[in-house]
Design a protein around this ligand. Structure first.
Ligand code: S3P
Length: 421
């Protein structure tokens, strides 16, 4: 395990670009793997999660020309893999690939690291089985990875998601491409819409009505896509600029589509000096006096991955910030509820859990100390930003987890603050 120590009292300044959006990157590779003509994908996330998906589609039979980590050409056509497919730390990778492969005439074994092997897979096994798929999990419950997906003829279903999850919605909608008849998914709250939008762009018939999405089976056309910057990564720098002294930072070319910019609204309500240029996708934030807010369970899916860094903002806001409907955070790359509480404790901010509600009391200035990432990339980055903005140095143990989604994070931290690793 590697640790870094970040000096406190840094200012966040300048302009930077974050890796391509991770959710879009996974989907672009998977859809390109279905298309028979070559797809050009530029601006892919350079993190390990997306590299695993790239190798997965290759193992399944797609031809991938890697021009650079961010720039690939994929010629699709799935034949089936000869061995198990390893998706590392990636929930999106394993769940979406289970849906993608469920209707093909071959068997696929999907596996990942120890974190993936702990995360719930019954949420995809249930709807995919209702479509006629054969997805067998492991463990006593039969609902953990590794998953064995034996291809079967599928039928379209109408399915109401028990939890607001774009991964589950997407697994079902990707399976729907091979099914007989249309498939409709109803969501309890709006989640990211990449799958349905990208399928529609690729010529698939998709209908959207409120929180319901219907997909008809069909061919996926080749893609030609520039992946915009990942808002979930941008959030780290923007919160850093809000909470650190004398800061003024712009993240360029950020994806601004639905259900991803919730953190900007939350920060806006907290009184942050943050502005979005809807033409360029640039987002600028400056040092701000923050006040507490309430993040409702309806809006949480729109900022689900940003809760660790929003908790850092809450830790310096005046008053008590409340995050409602946090249950899903317990089944992310780590138990993020526990990890956030542990981080806030080190930072000197008080927090309390009451059922599905996390309350965070703000303090004047954040303490330094030592925070364990628990192998979770977003916890590692949130702690590093809190450390740079805080009053003294912060050691982040397990910092190498950032490679999951943002291998260049330490370089960008150094470029935007002047801190030297
Ligand atoms: C993702 C959906 C979210 C999110 C994850 C990426 C996606 O997970 O936390 O980082 O790309 O669909 P859930 O759908 O499980 O909430």
């Amino acid at each position: 395990m590697s640790a870094i120590t970040v000096e406190g009292s840094q200012q966040f300044t300048g302009r930077l670009r974050v890796p391509g959006d991770k959710s879009i990157s996974h989907r672009a590779l998977m859809m390109a793997a279905l298309a028979h003509r070559p797809s050009a994908i530029r601006g892919l996330s350079d993190g390990e999660d997306v590299a695993h998906t790239r190798r997965a589609v290759e193992a399944l039979g797609a031809q991938v020309k890697v021009h650079s980590a961010e720039d690939v050409t994929v010629t699709g056509g799935l034949l089936g893999a000869t061995g198990p497919i390893y998706l590392g730390n990636s929930g999106t990778g394993i769940r979406l690939l289970a849906g993608l492969t469920a209707g093909f005439d071959f068997t696929t074994t999907l596996d990942g690291d120890t974190s993936i092997r702990r995360r719930p897979m019954d949420r995809i096994i249930e709807p995919l089985s209702a479509m006629g798929a054969s997805v067998r999990g492991s463990g006593d419950s039969g609902s953990l990875a590794p998953l064995i997906v034996e291809g079967r003829p599928l039928k379209g279903i109408e399915y109401t998601l028990p939890v607001a999850s774009a991964q589950v919605k997407s697994a079902v909608l990707l399976a729907a491409l091979q099914a007989e008849g249309p498939t409709t998914v109803h969501e309890p709250a709006i989640t990211r819409t990449h799958t349905e939008e990208m399928l529609a762009d690729a010529g698939v018939r998709v209908e959207q009505q409120g929180r319901s999405t219907t997909v008809w089976p069909g061919e996926v056309e080749a893609l030609d896509i520039d992946v915009a910057g990942d808002p979930s990564q941008a959030a780290f720098w923007l919160v850093g600029a809000c909470v650190a002294p004398e800061s003024d930072l712009t993240v360029e070319n950020v994806y601004l589509g639905p259900a991803r910019g919730g953190f900007v609204d939350v920060l806006g309500r907290m009184g942050a000096d943050i502005s979005v240029d809807s033409e360029s996708g640039d987002i600028r934030a400056r040092t701000s006096k923050l006040r507490a807010t309430r993040v409702t369970s309806q809006e949480l899916p729109g900022c689900i991955d940003e809760v660790p860094i929003l908790a850092v903002a809450a830790a310096v806001a005046e008053g008590v910030t409340v995050f409602e409907g946090i249950a899903e955070l317990r089944v992310k790359e780590s138990d993020r509820v526990a990890a956030i509480v542990e981080m806030l404790d080190v930072l000197g901010a008080e927090s309390e859990i009451d059922g599905e509600v996390l309350a965070v009391g703000g303090v004047e200035r954040l303490n330094g100390g030592t925070v364990d990432s628990h192998g979770d990339h977003r916890m590692a980055m949130a702690a590093a930003i809190a450390g740079a903005a805080g009053s003294s140095s912060m050691t982040v143990e397990g910092f190498e987890a950032v490679a999951t989604s943002y291998p260049g994070f330490a370089r960008d931290l150094s470029d935007s603050t002047g801190w030297t690793p």
